[in-house]
Design a protein around this ligand. Structure first.
Ligand SMILES: [Fe+2]
Length: 316
C-alpha cells in the first residue's frame, strides 16, 4: 500500500536567481538549504532549495532560474497554478504590511475558502502564491530576525491545480493516490491525505476555458509537485498500482542525490512525483550549515568551479 505523507517539494521555473533568493529568504523568511545545479543540457542552471532551516519535507520549494538561458514556459491549465503557504491564524495583517513596505504586489482583498482566510501575493516572475491562515499547523516556524514566530510561515499548506476537466482526476486522487475528497466550493475541489492538516491538502480549480499550458522547464510556471514517500519500495508499489490502472506513463526511480524520484502525469496533465525521505540534505554538508556552499553531484565534482563561474552570482 502506498503511503503518501503529504508534500515533499514543489519545483518552479523562475526568472533571475538573486531576485528569487530575495523573495524566499529576505521576504518570506525561508532558508536557502541547498545551492546546486541542473545540468541536463550544455548550460548550467542553478537548482535552489528553500524551506525551513532543517530542510523538512513539506516545507520545500525549489527553483530553476531560467532567465540566464532565456527559456520561457507558458502558463495554463494542466499545471499547478498556486503555491499556498501556511501561516498562523491572525498573521495576515503582518504580511500585508510587509508586502506593502517591500513593494511586493498583493491583492487588496483577503478571501475565504473552505473556512480559511487567504491572502494572494506574487513572485517577481508572476507566479501566484497564497498565505493561508490556519490554527491547525503545529510545524515549527520558519523564523527570521524580522519575522516573529507568531506570524512565520510553517511550510507549504496546499497546492491549487488548474484543470480543464476534473472527472478522471478526482478518481485518480482517491483511487491511485489515496487522498480523501474533502469538499467542493464553487469551481474548487479539495482533497486531503493523512490527517488533512496543512501540508497534506490538494485543491483543483476547474477552469474549462483555460488553454493548456506547457509542461517544459522554463521561466514562469510551476513545473511539478513531489509527494513524500518513505522509500524506493513505496515508489515501486505506487508504480505498480498506476500500471494496474492503466497509467503506464511513469518514470523509473531516478537518483536526485538528496532523494529518489519517480515521475508520473495525473489525468489532468499535471506532472507529479513521488520523492523518498530516506536520504536527506545532510549528505554533502553539515546539517547546521545547509545551503552554505555550492554543491555538485558526484559526477560533476571536477567541474564545480567552471560551472559556478558560468552562473549568476547570488548572495543571501
Ligand atoms: Fe522534483
Amino acid at each position: 500500500m502506498t503511503d503518501i505523507k503529504g508534500f515533499h517539494h514543489l519545483t518552479v521555473g523562475v526568472a533571475g536567481a538573486q531576485e528569487d533568493v530575495d523573495f524566499y529568504v529576505k521576504l518570506l523568511g525561508q532558508s536557502l538549504i541547498k545551492k546546486t545545479v541542473l545540468l541536463d543540457g550544455e548550460d548550467p542552471i542553478y537548482h535552489l532549495y528553500y524551506g525551513n532551516a532543517q530542510g523538512d519535507a513539506g516545507t520545500l520549494v525549489t527553483s530553476f532560474p531560467f532567465r540566464q538561458i532565456g527559456v520561457k514556459a507558458r502558463p495554463g491549465s494542466g499545471q499547478i497554478r498556486v503555491i499556498n503557504y501556511s501561516v498562523p491564524a491572525g498573521a495576515l495583517d503582518f504580511w500585508r504590511a510587509r508586502f506593502e513596505s517591500q513593494g511586493i504586489p498583493f491583492d487588496k482583498e483577503v478571501i475565504s475558502r473552505f473556512g480559511e482566510q487567504r491572502q494572494r501575493f506574487y513572485h517577481p516572475c508572476g507566479i501566484e502564491f497564497d498565505l493561508v491562515a490556519s490554527d491547525k499547523d503545529d510545524r515549527p516556524p520558519c523564523e527570521s530576525p524580522d519575522i516573529p514566530a507568531q506570524f512565520a510561515i510553517r511550510g507549504v499548506h496546499s497546492i491549487t491545480l488548474s484543470l480543464r476537466e476534473v472527472h478522471e482526476s478526482i478518481i485518480f486522487m482517491k483511487d491511485a493516490l489515496g487522498f480523501d475528497y474533502a469538499g467542493e466550493h464553487g469551481p474548487y475541489h479539495r482533497f486531503q491525505v493523512a490527517d488533512g492538516t496543512p501540508g497534506t491538502v490538494v485543491e483543483f480549480l476547474h477552469e474549462p476555458d483555460r488553454l493548456q499550458g506547457s509542461s517544459i522547464y522554463g521561466e514562469g510556471t510551476i513545473h511539478h509537485v513531489a509527494f513524500a514517500v518513505d522509500s524506493v519500495e513505496q515508489q515501486l508499489a505506487l508504480k505498480e498500482k498506476l500500471f494496474a490502472m492503466g497509467h503506464i506513463d511513469t518514470s523509473e526511480s531516478v537518483d536526485r542525490n538528496y532523494f529518489r524520484s519517480m515521475y508520473f502525469k495525473m489525468p489532468g496533465g499535471v506532472m507529479f512525483e513521488a520523492a523518498t525521505t530516506d536520504i536527506g540534505f545532510a549528505i554533502d554538508e553539515p546539517a547546521d550549515q545547509l545551503g552554505s556552499q555550492f554543491q555538485t553531484p558526484s559526477w560533476l565534482t571536477d567541474r564545480k568551479e567552471e560551472l559556478l563561474q558560468r552562473l549568476e552570482p547570488i548572495s543571501v
